[in-house]
Design a protein around this ligand. Sequence first.
Ligand SMILES: C[S@@+](CC[C@H](N)C(=O)[O-])C[C@H]1O[C@@H](n2cnc3c(N)ncnc32)[C@H](O)[C@@H]1O
Length: 469
Amino acid sequence: MDDFGLFRDVLDRGGYSASNIAMILGPNEFLPGDPVNTRFFHYRAGLGGTTGTLIRIFLTHTGTGVEEARQALAPIPLEDWAAAGFLELSGDTVRGRIRLHTASDVILAVDPAEAASRPDQVMGLTQASLLAANFTLRRPVNRFLDLGTGNGIQALLASPQARQVFATDVSPRAVEFARFNARLNRRTNVRCLAGGLFEPVRGQLFDQIVSNPPFFISPDSRLLYRDSGMRLDGMVRQIIGEAPGYLNEGGYCQLLANWVHLKGEDWKQRILSWQEGTGCDLWVLRTEVLDPATYARNWINETTGGAENPFDEWLRFYEQENIEAIGSGMIAMRKKTGGANWHRIEEFTPVSPAPFGEAVEQGFRLTDYVNGTSDAELSRAVLQGAPGLTLNQHARFDAGRWLTEAAEIRLTSGIPFRAQLDQNSLRLLTGCDGRKTFGEVLSGFPQNAWPSCFQVARSLVWRGFLLPA
Ligand SMILES: C[S@@+](CC[C@H](N)C(=O)[O-])C[C@H]1O[C@@H](n2cnc3c(N)ncnc32)[C@H](O)[C@@H]1O
């Protein structure tokens, strides 16, 4: 048994967890080279006892005195922490050689801010890492692949759901970090392999593939975690094209993606052309679309810490490439050969950072249901509102009675879809009470309205507002 987990035990006893850190520091996302915040969080950590000391060593990276560190990291001697790669021991101050980020029950070693200029910097957790984790289906699987693992976050989070997890990265340094983190978290079923994209697992099949790849679009190719070195959205296109060859039937590939909106080209058609011939159903959830200037500004702020400013160069590139906007979002594919494949493209604004993988899986099931159910079958089905479905109505008092002017339904968990309903759709929705068949609900409507009622019911089920009971 690997005793690297003993280091983890000390961190656990010292209260080094995502929730404790958030309690002591408040909301905290460290950007490289952010001196004011660093001092602010160093100060806050000073109020946090042993956990605060660990934060100063491993998160703010501002360090503590030797005796204080010795106590917080006991019973393992400081020298052993240093020999294992956790600490720098120089003079009177003890600091981490790495930073330790936390997510769920996982603790991850990542590069310190000083490494920001390295092309192979192993970056810390970002909003994108957490979005990818929340998007991931959490069903039990045999073989799981994390493509572009970096610090290993997606692989480590998948470890409890999979018999075997493979984590690949083109950067040997990232693979080293992922391996270190698998040991630190006692994830014994994670294998970390170096190589570009699918190269290290050529010829193998998986039940699930997840990737938060370097999807960023610019002329730059300097940072491994950000720049794929491929033209425009070539990295996303390549993963969509190659992943199906590595999926078992019924297996899923999920990735975060950016794609270009070119002048004169329909961006949806661009993505759909990548689906062709894959033998997969495809679901795109677009979270954002930005004009090139805003996109460039955001990424420069986030990834260069203001140390350099390639803004004008990038803008010239977007202009030359005919890019009028850049879309971001999540793409899920499911391998389904031997029949027609469907696609969905929708908008999705995550409202709170909670897992919604189950809703993604449900979305695939409901789309199958809607596509595979005839009107006659739907008439015999019993439908009911989804748990947590809310209905908001605006009514106006007119000539002695209340008239509903607008009705909006919204899902409060999973994927927070919302929709405006007209009077008929509202009646249809509220008629589906989990007891009557849809045919019985339909009988309350004039026959000439039935075709549109079927359509409305299908779109309500499709989005998960109504569920087959
Ligand atoms: C955005 S980071 C994601 C890290 C981590 N998976 C996460 O979710 O936070 C992208 C990772 O992909 C790796 N990468 C870049 N190009 C790659 C390639 N061609 N094949 C495999 N991995 C690659 C980078 O080294 C980096 O670790």
